[in-house]
Design a protein around this ligand. Structure first.
Ligand SMILES: [Zn+2]
Length: 618
């Protein structure tokens, strides 16, 4: 589910809760219409019962998949029919629950559907190993002998590709047993940082005592008062420094877990094993790191400009996100006017795309306003076969909301086109592609807003916003990805990662990425200890590849119009019908070439040119 991976979160202050309306007070057109999924909870119960009673149907196929093509096809179709219903049941329960987290009945439905999912996956777990036991040539012949089976060819290909990394049944059993204990480093890290860690109290901007917390740290990095930013920064990193030996042990423990599984599955490296799940070649990762290292100049340029505009001797890590333009009072954006802004900004995508967007806007696919006990943040529900996707928002009339709308509608249209075009087995898309359509829309929105800015102050504000976006979604993630690559390589070659080794490595990396205008303070070197993404096993690089791919696609569309739009729509419709790298290639982006990284660095330089021009004329 995309919902899990989305980056938009919002923090609530106690004082706001009193003024939050209840759902009944919101006009129907601003609430999603769940009757497109089920007309009533009773209908949901009927489908639930249907799945529950039919799950035993899997038993007819167990042990028989190698007999003939007809049996194989019948099993696939049966599995699809269960999958379609389960996803529909889940969508309804999830959206109903998220509309009102206080409603116990929807919480219960959501719990029930999750346990039905596990039941279904347990009873159907024989399918993959049984298919892998059929000799390849026999299997391919079976697939080719029946037209209806040919749809599953890519799925089978994807399964066969990992065959050499599957083990014998008893070996797989041992790995499965190890699965649960392998979570210990991450769950300990998570429990320690979120539940046990205490940050030293500091004075806030008014000199009052302030308890530091994870959320306060992030908002403090945008505070105008530099001394307060520094106090917040130092307080936040203090426990990571105090407990550095514990964090080092957890960090190493996590690396060793992943290396154990990669070795057990006969991969050359942990990175190869992690990337193989989406069939991403290691060279795509290498290419990203290499090209970004060649193109760090725009980030160095931004750091130097920022240092000068702030009028400070050197930029510290707690200065890199604060605004340097204080003269813009942000406008208020209503939801209705923002729909028009988004439609205008995406006009270049043509009638087909715009009419799909309007279809979503006019037919209650979105739940717009914050209501009592509604889930915070924003997400798009992803593809559910046979049903349009839904979007959750918590509109507050800020510019950020307009970007969130463009972002989530990017996901929404990706899911919509995929669901409309692909057969059920491919009506979803890889996590590697998940953030492309969303950031693509944000890029077009920024161009539109800055072209139509009312004055220089608004324009500078927008340009800075985008620079922060490139910095945090692209460069910072590549820095993490390079750090992650190096620590695995060191561990795999037998080098020990001590606290000093990790801190020095992180420090060098930070200095290299941000350049000479930045002075890395000691506290920053402990950042590796606080970033949860280092426990996600080569996950972060995908933020950067997704961002770069979307910039390349956006610049393509702007330069080449209709033909590039056609290819882009092809990307939105492709689902998981091919491997993610091939899908991007068909859309016009080669992830093995320097082009995606160059699209980002060119965009960043263009923004900086524009910014400097405006500043020199002010
Ligand atoms: Zn997203």
């Amino acid at each position: 589910m995309l919902a899990i991976f989305d980056k938009h979160f919002k923090f609530y202050h106690d004082t706001e809760i009193a003024s939050v309306p209840i759902r009944e007070e919101i006009e129907g057109k601003y609430k999603w219409n769940l009757s497109d999924i089920y007309s009533s909870d009773e209908q949901w119960e009927q489908d639930f019962l249907w799945v529950e009673t039919n799950l035993n149907g899997y038993n007819h196929f167990a042990g028989k998949l190698n007999t003939n093509s007809g049996t194989l096809l019948a099993c696939f179709k049966f599995d699809d029919s269960i999958g379609v219903k389960l996803e529909r049941l889940h969508l309804y329960a999830m959206l109903a629950k998220d509309s009102d987290l206080g409603a116990n009945n929807y919480q219960a439905m959501d719990d029930r559907i999750k346990s039905l999912f596990s039941k279904a996956s347990a009873i159907s777990s024989f399918i993959k190993p049984e298919i892998l036991e059929i000799p390849d040539d026999k299997l391919l012949k079976m697939i080719d002998s029946l037209d209806e089976l040919k749809i599953y060819k890519h799925k089978i290909d994807d399964l066969l590709r990992t065959k050499s990394h599957s083990l014998s049944q008893p070996e797989e059993q041992i790995l499965a047993l190890a699965g649960e204990i392998s979570q210990t480093p991450y769950s300990t890290y998570s429990m320690f940082t979120n539940a046990d860690l205490n940050f030293p109290m500091i004075a806030d901007e008014q000199g009052r005592d302030l308890d530091m917390s994870h959320a306060r740290f992030y908002s403090a990095m945008y505070a105008r008062d530099r001394e307060y930013r520094e106090r917040a920064f130092n307080s936040y990193l203090t426990p990571y420094k105090d407990y550095v030996n514990t964090f080092t042990t957890l960090f190493n423990g996590n690396l060793k877990v992943n290396i154990f599984f990669a070795k057990a599955r006969k991969y050359n490296s942990c990175r190869e094993a992690a990337l193989d799940s989406n069939n991403i070649p290691v060279m795509v990762y290498d290419n990203l790191i290499r090209e970004v290292n060649k193109n760090l100049a725009p980030l160095h340029r931004w750091a130097a400009l920022k240092k000068n505009l702030l009028g400070i001797d050197n930029l510290k890590p707690f200065d890199v996100y604060v605004t340097v333009f204080n003269n813009f009072q942000e406008k208020s954006y209503s939801f209705d006017s923002s729909k028009e802004i988004v439609l205008e900004a995406l006009k270049i995508l043509g009638e087909e795309y715009l009419s799909s967007l309007k279809l979503a806007f006019d037919n209650r696919w979105l739940d717009v306003y914050e209501t009592k006990a509604k889930k915070s943040g924003a997400y798009s529900s992803g593809t559910t076969y046979g049903i349009h996707p839904y979007v959750l928002l918590n509109w507050t009339n800020l510019l950020n909301d307009v970007f969130t709308l463009a972002h989530e509608m990017g996901h929404n249209m990706h899911s919509y086109y995929t669901g409309k075009t692909q057969p059920y087995p491919y009506a979803n898309y890889s996590i590697f592609l998940a953030e492309v359509a969303s950031t693509f829309n944000e890029s077009l929105l920024l161009d539109y807003l800055s072209e139509n800015a009312e004055d220089h102050n608004e324009k500078l504000y927008l340009l800075e916003k985008y620079l922060n976006n490139i910095t945090s979604t692209f460069y910072r993630q590549v820095m993490f990805a390079e750090f992650e690559m190096i620590v695995y390589k060191m561990t795999e070659s037998g080098e020990a990662l001590t606290p000093d080794v990790l801190c020095n490595l992180y420090k060098d990396m930070y200095q290299k990425y941000w350049g000479p205008a930045v002075a890395v303070c000691e506290e920053e070197t402990y950042t590796w200890a606080r970033i949860p993404h280092f426990y996600y096993n080569f996950y972060v690089f995908q933020y950067a590849t997704g961002f770069a791919a979307s910039e390349a696609l956006a610049s393509n569309v702007k330069a080449n119009g209709a033909t590039a739009v056609e290819k882009y729509l092809g990307f939105l419709k492709a689902g998981s019908s091919d491997y993610p790298i091939n899908i991007l290639k068909s859309a016009g982006v080669d992830m093995n070439s320097p082009d995606p990284v160059l699209a980002v660095s060119t965009k960043m330089n263009d923004i900086l040119d524009e910014m400097e021009k405006i500043i020199s004329n002010m």
